[in-house]
Design a protein around this ligand. Structure first.
Ligand code: CP3
Length: 339
């Protein structure tokens, strides 16, 4: 179990620290040799049913890197998979939906999530981790828009065009879809926190494909339902997306305590767009492939810009790339601690 005043939790609460806490999005998995050795060829959706395995995969980066937080090994499509929507995760591709979401009839495929029946293994994994970890565990879910994009497109897509068309062509149907997905995300996050997760992150990874006006009209209300629906639990909530420079103000309005920033907007500018918010980010993930001197200079620049925020949680601007050398991640942790 971790301390209530653990650096990551203190920073999320807005208490500035001499050096920021650090963790990495997608720190478990693909870039770690021990991950590949432990998981083998098992599909992630099958791996999730094994709480001891999930706990081990969640712990691996914490042991190796000494980061200030763990993030539960799972995926943003786990809740839709758990209610039987028909999603699989293909190696080298990502989530694939055999029968994409098209019309009213598909709403019937999105029943509510009952975590203790549909995915009891998840709360069990969280309980194992609470007992093992000495840094806080972050639970997470996909935001309604980003999960909807997989259901509507049928898989990963570059610009989510079908999704952006559907919200305009059928605003009523779209709102009903996002409502169901908000309920799923909320049920999943509440059960992660009730099992012991110390904080949550809502990933709206692909929201950057929307204009601010479209985001406010068609997406923000559903994300707000998720974030505000967690308020009574009292855990820090982080809200993150990629390419969201134009949306930071709107995302800050959705109710999170911490706003995740990608690498395109320096943190000392992001703070103007999301006033009063704790900021998370935002080293360009590609910098980790650019050599030691570049890593050192860019980490320093992020630390410096982060001082403009009420408090800063050091992270990358998006997930760790698969080809990154874990020793470079460990070096980043050292550099952040050195200040
Ligand atoms: O990267 C992000 O933007 C974070 C949000 C997000 C996750 N999954 C969280 C996650 C998104 C957008 C996804 C969808 C997804 N799922 C993709 C991307 C496809 C695309 O559209 O480009 C992929 C490849 C998957 C499948 C998946 N998820 C695999 C194979 C794994 C296992 C480990 C690995 O990294 O290969 C995951 C794990 C996963 N997805 C984690 C999270 C937070 C847990 C690992 C960690 O972050 O530490």
């Amino acid at each position: 179990m971790w301390a209530a005043d653990a650096p990551y939790l203190a920073a999320c609460r807005g208490e500035p620290r001499p050096t920021p806490p650090v963790w990495f999005m997608r720190q478990a998995g693909r870039s770690l040799p021990e991950y590949r050795a432990t998981k083998g060829t098992l599909n992630i959706l099958d791996a999730l049913r094994d709480p001891a395995l999930v706990a081990e995969l969640t712990l691996q980066p914490v042991r190796r890197l000494g980061v200030d937080a763990a993030i539960l090994y799972s995926d943003i499509v786990a809740p839709v998979a758990a209610i039987g929507f028909g999603v699989e995760i293909r190696a080298g591709v990502g989530p694939v939906v055999e029968q994409p979401f098209r019309d009213e009839r598909d709403l019937g495929r999105l029943r509510g999530l009952v975590p203790e029946e549909d995915c009891p293994w998840q709360a069990e994994a969280v309980r194992l981790l609470v007992a093992e970890l000495d840094v806080p565990l972050i639970g997470f879910a996909g935001a309604p828009f980003t999960v909807a994009s997989y259901l509507v497109e049928g898989g990963p897509s570059r610009e989510q065009t079908r999704t952006r068309a559907l919200m305009r062509a059928r605003p009523d149907l779209w709102a009903a879809l996002l409502d169901r997905l908000a309920a799923l995300a909320l049920a999943s996050l509440r059960s992660q926190v009730e099992a012991g997760a110390a904080a949550v992150q809502l990933f709206d990874s692909w929201a950057g494909s929307l204009s601010a006006a479209t985001y406010r009209r068609h997406v923000l209300p559903a994300s707000r339902k998720v974030l505000e629906g967690l308020a009574d639990l009292g855990v820090p909530r982080t809200h993150f997306g990629v390419g969201t420079g134009e949306l930071l103000g709107a995302m800050a309005d959705a109710g999170a305590d911490v706003v995740g920033v990608d690498w395109r907007v320096p943190l000392d500018e992001a703070v103007e767009r999301a006033p009063g918010k704790v900021l998370q980010g935002n080293l360009d993930p590609a910098v980790l492939l650019a050599g030691a001197d570049v890593v050192e200079a860019e980490v320093k620049a992020v630390l410096e810009a982060g001082r403009a925020a009420p408090a800063h949680v050091f992270n990358l601007g998006h997930g760790v790339l698969p080809e990154v050398d874990p020793d470079v991640l460990a070096r980043v942790v050292e550099l952040v601690r050195a200040g």
